[in-house]
Design a binder for this molecule. Structure first.
Ligand SMILES: Nc1nc2c(c(=O)[nH]1)N[C@@H](CN(C=O)c1ccc(C(=O)N[C@@H](CCC(=O)O)C(=O)O)cc1)CN2
Length: 285
């Protein structure tokens, strides 16, 4: 068996086209979705992501503000900017690029973002709403994964999903979203004993552990769907996932590549969330 590849770039193009059309409809009503992205410091990867977010906004017809602050910005200064953006009518979504420099408390900053503008879905109220199944903006990477499964009509209900990794940004939310679709979910992490015994029972395996090529074919149940959220830069500069793609591809039914899988969906779902936030504030269906 050779797996079909879940192409995040192609799906992103489709979804962005949908967002663009919906944005044009809003503009006829005098509404332009607006996103503010805040970057503190000069982390090279973060700069690339922030530029991509700005570019995506312009392509879709959004209003975009990028605030680039120096590395020695104080927490008070950053909270002051978040407060200003919370009040600003042209802004429907606020995203503070992570990671933040060590002297700034990430949680304090996320908590300060108005829930209505929390397009990252990281605010504790957004997380709480997701847990109880109420309407909320979902974290972009897990939301992107769900979209990849659903739009490719990959069955979730009744399936055994195993998630490796328990981060607040990926592992925990994707476990909840899969459970919401009636999967039976097992969570594994760095201290799980006999991890292979669990992963070999997985119909859907999500890997978000942050270790290059951690998963090989010995982890895989034949025919499984494998979603790789890892992004690891090797010394030779190559970007690889947490899954050894070449080793696993003949064992599974579907697989996401790195690059070109889940990654591109992250920024696309940010655009979807910003559009939703704008529609919600203007009470548009
Ligand atoms: N506030 C947030 N910070 C961070 C988030 C987030 O969702 N919210 N996620 C990541 C970074 N990120 C977006 O911010 C992001 C990561 C990866 C990609 C992507 O398209 N990856 C490509 C490869 C890109 C490359 O070559 O480096 C891929 O996988 O194909 C987009 C966005 C952490 N911070």
């Amino acid at each position: 068996m050779t797996a079909s590849v879940l192409d995040g770039k192609a799906l992103s193009r489709t979804i962005r086209e949908e967002v663009k059309q919906e944005t044009a409809r809003l503009q006829e009503l005098g509404i332009q979705p607006g996103l503010a992205v805040v970057l503190v410091g000069e982390d090279p990867a973060s700069q690339v992501y922030v530029n991509s977010k700005h570019k995506a906004c312009l392509e879709l017809g959004f209003y975009s503000e990028v605030h680039r602050l120096p590395n020695d910005t104080t927490q008070e200064q950053l909270l002051g900017l978040v407060d200003q953006l919370n009040q600003q009518g042209t802004i429907h979504g606020i995203l503070v690029q992570l990671p933040l420099p060590k002297h700034i408390d990430e949680k304090a900053v996320i908590d300060a973002i108005s829930v209505e503008k929390d397009v990252d879905g990281f605010h504790p109220i957004s997380v709480g709403n997701m847990v109880i199944g109420d309407e909320s903006l979902l974290p972009c990477t897990p939301a992107g994964m769900m979209e990849m499964l659903k739009r490719n009509r990959i069955p979730i209900e009744g399936k055994h999903a195993v998630v490796i990794g328990r981060s607040n940004i990926v592992g925990k939310p994707i476990s909840l979203l899969l459970q919401r679709e009636n999967a039976t979910v097992t969570m594994c992490h760095s201290r799980t004993n006999n991890m292979r015994e669990l992963t070999r029972m997985a119909d859907i395996l999500v890997v978000a552990i942050g270790k290059a090529h951690f998963v090989d074919r010995s982890f895989i149940k034949p025919g499984a769907v494998v979603i790789d959220v890892g992004m690891n830069r090797l010394e030779n500069g190559k970007l690889v996932g947490d899954v050894n793609f070449d080793d696993v591809v003949e064992e599974c039914s579907w697989i996401t590549p790195v690059p070109g899988g889940v990654g591109p969906m992250t920024i696309t779902m940010l655009m979807v969330n910003t559009l939703k936030a704008a529609k919600r504030v203007h009470q548009i269906q």
